[in-house]
Design a protein around this ligand. Sequence first.
Ligand SMILES: *[C@@H]1O[C@H](CO)[C@@H](O)[C@H](O)[C@H]1NC(C)=O
Ligand SMILES: *[C@@H]1O[C@H](CO)[C@@H](O)[C@H](O)[C@H]1NC(C)=O
Ligand SMILES: *[C@@H]1O[C@H](CO)[C@@H](O)[C@H](O)[C@H]1NC(C)=O
Ligand SMILES: *[C@@H]1O[C@H](CO)[C@@H](O)[C@H](O)[C@H]1NC(C)=O
Length: 283
Amino acid sequence: MTKHPKYLYPLKNCFHPKNLNMFDLAGKLFLSLLTIIFICFINPTTTLAQPAFLSYYCENSANYTVNSPYQRNLDTTLTALPTTNNGFGFYNLTTGQGYDTVHSVALCRGDVNPDACRSCVNDSIVNLGQLCPNQKEAIGYYDNCMVKYSNQVILGNTGIKFYVYLANTQNATDIDQFNSDLSPLLKKLRVRAAAGGSLQKFASGSTKGPGFSTIYGLVQCTPDLSETQCSDCLEDIIGRISLYFNGRVGGRILLPMCTFRYETYRFFNKSAPVIHYPRHLLR
Ligand SMILES: *[C@@H]1O[C@H](CO)[C@@H](O)[C@H](O)[C@H]1NC(C)=O
Ligand SMILES: *[C@@H]1O[C@H](CO)[C@@H](O)[C@H](O)[C@H]1NC(C)=O
Ligand SMILES: *[C@@H]1O[C@H](CO)[C@@H](O)[C@H](O)[C@H]1NC(C)=O
Ligand SMILES: *[C@@H]1O[C@H](CO)[C@@H](O)[C@H](O)[C@H]1NC(C)=O
């Protein structure tokens, strides 16, 4: 089933107030801060346990019943999933047989350190269990990681149910120049990530934007995708920038198997190397 793309603005995030710079319309900032404080004080039990997802989804068309074999397999799978790191922030575990098979994967952003990665995967699992208590398939996205489980095969599956769009509210002043700097950067990163091999498909970099600005970009696929699948997946979502984010100084599209983000500030971890692509090398 294909859902219509929609914008999701994850404003209410008690633990990641720096996310607000994606949404910091000057006039709304004060209101947002009030909202954060409000949530933190009024609803401590749900927000203090795990930070809220940027976006999540429970597939309501397939449910399991309490104490069913599926539930037991799911519990087993999700308990063990955090121990399956391939060394580069990708996790995958499948357990059970026939209709009760549970597939699960997790992927951390390529620049996230192992401790933050594991705690993100852990938080996701706890959170999904609460948000999607009887669904066979669910997915949750944080800044640092994505976790998905399903009764359907996940590895190598490039089927798309829906896209999650997150847009920076600010617009570039020189939109044409911004686009002509952004698009070759993302193309370069796409090629590099797709060629990354079977353990990690990740690339981050920067280039000069209009005026004194710098554009930072990051793209990533799950490493189970082939080079072509990764490249096609990224090409699809990057091609949506002109439709959904035209002129915005930041944006990301989240899919279970590929994602990009770009901003005019450095949103990667400080320790992560960022390859700078001079304009003339991108042309
Ligand atoms: C599955 O469970 C959800 C939430 O409990 C419910 O809304 C949905 O209708 C159920 N789906 C089916 C197919 O029974
Ligand atoms: C995951 O979180 C739970 C509770 O939040 C905690 O008990 C458990 O030790 C954590 N596991 C890992 C691997 O960090
Ligand atoms: C950016 O541009 C969009 C579309 O033209 C417009 O709807 C939006 O209000 C603009 N945002 C700001 C902060 O000016
Ligand atoms: C998924 O896990 C299996 C079992 O550990 C492993 O053999 C396989 O390489 C993993 N797949 C990927 C894409 O990492």
